[in-house]
Design a protein around this ligand. Structure first.
Ligand SMILES: [Zn+2]
Length: 237
């Protein structure tokens, strides 16, 4: 390769390396994963809330069972006392007592229906949440794997291009390389341009006939009279 084509190739590799590094460092997949992990924490919190709600309802239901058993025992007691009442007043008292227990039992039954409906609702919500969380976990795992694969691919491309660059630099004249580095720094990665007809490829300012004559008399690698980048007059592959 001539100096000109080496310079152009080096710039091409550097631009590609810059692009790959930027792509690797700003992978949208990484941001998306961070968002997903946050959402996952929220889902787990919601599931914990549902579990607490269910435990509360289950406790309330077992309290209702206990109250019911207590009432039933009281009914049994009153009924056995009524089988052999001491007098009329005792019968009256027992009747009032039974009626009050019956009201309590009705209330227990009513509340139990409400709590059971609430329990069904929470159980459904829990089942839905656990299904959703399982799918979410699977998607996070697969997204993570894909992001890792993409990052590894980019990292590999970077390694390959760096090796190519190093091989190119090793074969270059030291002064030419230093000139390239200085121009690359000064022109932010675009320190070399190619003359296409009479137009340099980066600054796009058509050269005057006298500048063209001047360049023609020089080596393959010169300096653009307008932007002062390194200009490659003709490229011999
Ligand atoms: Zn120029």
């Amino acid at each position: 390769m001539t100096d000109g084509s080496t310079l152009l190739k080096l710039q091409e590799l550097d631009l590609e390396l810059e692009r790959l590094t930027t792509e690797l460092n700003s992978m949208p997949e990484i941001r998306e994963l961070a968002k997903k992990r946050k959402a996952y924490q929220k889902l787990k919190q919601d599931a914990t809330k549902l579990l607490a709600q269910r435990k509360d309802i289950e406790n309330e239901l077992s309290e209702l069972d206990e109250n019911e058993a207590f009432c039933m025992a009281a009914v049994d007691q009153a009924q056995s006392e009524m089988a052999d009442p001491a007098n009329y007043h005792v019968v009256r008292d027992l009747e009032v007592q039974l009626s009050s227990i019956s009201k309590r039992l009705d209330k227990i039954e009513f509340t139990r229906k409400e709590k059971r409906a609430a329990l069904t609702k929470v159980l459904d919500a829990e089942a839905y949440a656990s299904d959703y969380i399982a799918k979410f976990e699977a998607s996070v795992i697969s997204d993570t794997r894909m992001a890792r694969e993409k990052a590894a691919g980019l990292q590999n491309d970077i390694t390959v291009n760096k090796a190519r660059r190093q091989a190119l630099v090793d074969g270059m004249d030291r002064a030419l390389y230093e000139r390239y580095e200085a121009a690359s720094k000064r022109f932010r990665g675009l320190g070399v341009e190619k003359l296409e007809g009479t137009v340099p490829s980066v600054c796009r300012t058509a050269l005057s006939p006298s500048s063209m004559d001047e360049l023609a008399s020089m080596d393959e690698v010169g300096e653009c009279p307008y932007c002062h980048r390194i200009i490659v007059r003709s490229v011999v592959e």
